[in-house]
Design a protein around this ligand. Structure first.
Ligand SMILES: [Zn+2]
Length: 106
């Protein structure tokens, strides 16, 4: 999925919310999993800057642990300056990687 849409998955059996996966529910193993559109906004729980990033990544490489509504968490590459804890960021998916950017005015 590309563009403005941001999708999460929900388990119909146990109501768990999680990042989209091709497999069954990571909590209960049910295959009654379906995607739903979610707001692509989250809050930074922690952020770090790697001065020696993995091969192929530009330096400095900034990562943040982002919490989305409903307690879904993901690790995102930060585009732009390193955010502080509590910063509201917009999140987008790029293939298997998530990117986050500080929302203007937050
Ligand atoms: Zn489940």
């Amino acid at each position: 999925m590309t563009g403005d849409g941001f999708e999460l998955s929900r388990c119909d059996a146990c109501q768990a919310r999680f990042l989209p996966t091709d497999g069954p529910c990571p909590r209960c193993g049910s295959t009654r999993v379906r995607g739903y559109a979610a707001a692509p906004l989250g809050t930074v729980l922690a952020a770090t800057e790697l001065t020696n990033p993995p091969e192929g990544r530009p330096a400095p490489h900034r990562l943040a642990l982002v919490e989305l509504p409903e307690a879904v968490r993901l690790l995102a590459i930060i585009d732009g300056p390193l955010p502080v804890r509590g910063t509201v960021v917009s999140v987008r998916r790029n293939g298997d990687v998530y990117h986050a950017r500080s929302e203007p005015g937050s």
